[in-house]
Write a protein that binds this ligand. Structure first.
Ligand code: SF4
Ligand code: SF4
Length: 159
């Protein structure tokens, strides 16, 4: 198979014209063709922020072009931390986080997923969720404290 990452040349024999339909037929992949490549998802992605090799917009283009093997074999599909930022910001409701789940599902089903990647991906997902929970909790606690301070000031004014 030609290395399209390095040469940017796509050979027709390396493509699977049914790949996009396959992704779109699975739960979560339905909206893939709504993507108009604006790049909003990639601009807000914490993973792209630290590693430009990971890019949701590029992945979607590759799926649409039918680069099935290249996408499903790529280690980058295990980089996503499922934070749903792209999901919330996409103007087209493409729901990229769900597309990522579809890609992982297909990679596992077709034996493209390295076993060690599966284990570490689970660990990363768990850590990301815990971090997210703690950050939200901290913000809620912070807000509660501000409300208590305001209440105390108001009752001080009336007392
Ligand atoms: S934000 Fe949505 S429409 Fe824009 S590139 Fe990402 S998936 Fe496509
Ligand atoms: S869900 Fe994945 S692709 Fe989307 S912003 Fe988070 S890390 Fe990036």
């Amino acid at each position: 198979m030609a290395d399209t990452e390095k040469t940017d040349i796509i050979l027709i024999e390396d493509t699977d014209p049914g790949f996009c339909d396959e992704v779109a037929s699975l739960p979560g992949g339905e909206n893939i063709r709504k993507c108009f490549a604006c790049g909003t998802c990639a601009a807000g992605c914490p993973v792209t922020n630290i590693d430009e090799e990971y890019n949701s917009r590029t992945l979607i283009r590759k799926i649409i072009l039918g680069l099935r093997e290249e996408v499903l074999k790529s280690p980058v599909i295990w980089f996503c931390v499922m934070c749903y930022r792209c999901y919330a910001r996409c103007p087209q409701e493409v729901n990229f986080t769900d597309i990522m789940r579809v890609l992982r599902h297909l990679a596992i089903r077709n034996n493209y997923a390295p076993a060690d990647m599966l284990a570490s991906s689970d660990d990363v997902d768990r850590c990301a969720q815990l971090l997210r929970r703690d950050m939200i909790k901290e913000r809620i606690e912070g807000r509660k404290q501000i409300i208590e301070e305001i209440k105390a000031k108001i009752s001080g004014m009336h007392g």
